[in-house]
Ligand binder design. Structure first.
Ligand SMILES: [Zn+2]
Length: 411
């Protein structure tokens, strides 16, 4: 017993998704796809394209005249209301429909049957158990029909959604939200947005590797050291391609003053660096395919953010497009990521500094909490005269050792 519905379930799911997507294009304010949104979009499509069929049916069966009008008048309310409040408005009209389940010539009128089904599943969706037998009969009739019109198929999609026929709602939501996630990741939320937490942790780990004390200034120093290119050799690669940077990179790398304590660098050094920063920004203007040269862009960005961070307002319009180039990437090389982290810190892009400091303080607090618990536990073990590390009993007369972890008694 497998017919149209059974063989075309996936097609129907995709069709339902397409209807929702088209409807969403006209509703730019809606950001999130929920079941209710899908239902509203299907309902609107049904009324739009189904109006002519409703009219045709009403001509043949005057008793139906008010049904299409009632639904049309209450479109917004009906689509949004999942309860029976507005279903009651329809119930009198639907009572008219029921007799036609028997009177319709089902074989000759699949369009009509599909309309009955759509109206019926909508009107009685809150009384599923009561009407399930009737609806299943209509579903099964349409399932046997090999040549359904587009209108009948549309009505069928609606009906399957309303009746949640064979888990139709879940099927649609699965396809829709999967597409939604992929599109969102690729289009709107870029690399930086989707990886913000990772970038924060990377900054913290870089700082840890440099063994700083986690003050704001020392984290900055650690990041500064990292992006100089000692880790991944980006600077050298880029200097080889663009000789203008050779002297500049060397100067920064060899200048301990600048490296360990940027704030105390002499005016002379800063002046030189500033001049080079302008060269970098000029180079940006000449570069035609920034997106093809991501490592280089990230280095430019890091240099520029460092040099120009005290003149943020003035250079914001030059810097932000460079962030955008990196944000539009799906993946970044380790070198680009390093440059990006440094840039975000120097520019305090999207409050990056606060995010890092907040995360650090969370980590420190958590560590202290664990330390506190550990000390309380040891105190309790010592009171009980057992091993303070694991709570094991001691054995031996002269030198007492833990019978579990083997450590000597040390209190
Ligand atoms: Zn022990």
């Amino acid at each position: 017993m497998s017919g149209y519905i059974t063989n075309n379930m996936d097609t129907s799911v995709v069709a339902a998704c397409d209807i929702t997507k088209k409807w969403l294009e006209k509703e730019p304010d809606i950001k999130e796809i929920t079941s209710l949104i899908v239902q509203t979009s299907l309902f609107n499509k049904f009324l739009g394209d189904g109006r002519s069929i409703a009219t045709a049916v009403a001509e043949r069966h005057p008793e139906f005249k008010s049904v299409a009008q009632t639904i049309k008048d209450n479109t917004v309310i009906l689509a949004r209301d999942n309860g029976s409040e507005y279903g009651k408005i329809l119930s009198n009209e639907l009572d008219l429909i029921v007799p036609f389940y028997n009177s319709a010539d089902w074989n000759e009128e699949p369009d009509y049957v599909s309309l009955l089904l759509a109206y019926g599943t909508w009107g009685f969706k809150d009384r599923k158990e009561e009407y399930d037998r009737t609806m299943q009969m209509l579903f099964s009739f349409l399932d046997q029909h090999e040549t359904l019109s587009d209108r009948a198929k549309l009505n069928l999609i609606m009906s399957m959604w309303f009746w949640d026929y064979e888990g139709f709602q879940d099927r649609v939501m699965t396809v829709l939200t999967k597409n939604d996630e992929t599109t969102a990741a690729a289009d709107s939320a870029g690399y930086i947005q989707t990886h913000m937490d990772d970038l924060v942790m990377l900054a913290i780990n870089l700082a840890k590797e440099e063994g700083t004390d986690f003050s704001q200034a020392s984290i900055e120093g650690a990041l500064y050291l990292s992006w100089l290119g000692k880790r991944y050799g980006v600077s050298q690669v880029i200097a080889a391609r663009h000789p203008v940077f050779t002297a500049f990179i060397k100067q920064i790398e060899t200048d301990d003053l600048v490296i360990t304590n940027p704030a105390s660098s002499s005016d002379e050094i800063l002046d030189t660096i500033q001049r080079e920063a302008f060269k970098i920004l000029e180079y940006k203007q000449k570069e035609e395919a920034l997106a093809q040269d991501v490592d280089f862009v990230s280095l430019q960005l890091a240099f520029s953010c460092w040099m120009l961070k005290d003149a943020k307002e003035e250079y914001e319009k030059d810097i932000i497009p460079l962030f955008a180039v990196l944000d539009s990437q799906r993946e970044l090389s380790p070198a680009s990521m390093l440059n990006l982290i440094a840039s975000m810190w120097f520019w305090n892009y999207d409050n990056f500094q606060d995010r890092v400091m907040q995360r650090l303080s969370d980590i420190v607090n958590q560590y202290q909490e664990e330390l506190q618990k550990e000390q309380e536990k040891r105190l309790e073990y010592r009171k009980r005269g057992v091993c303070q590390y694991c709570g094991g009993a001691f054995k031996g007369l002269l030198s007492k050792k833990c019978s579990v972890c083997g450590r000597s008694k040390d209190y």
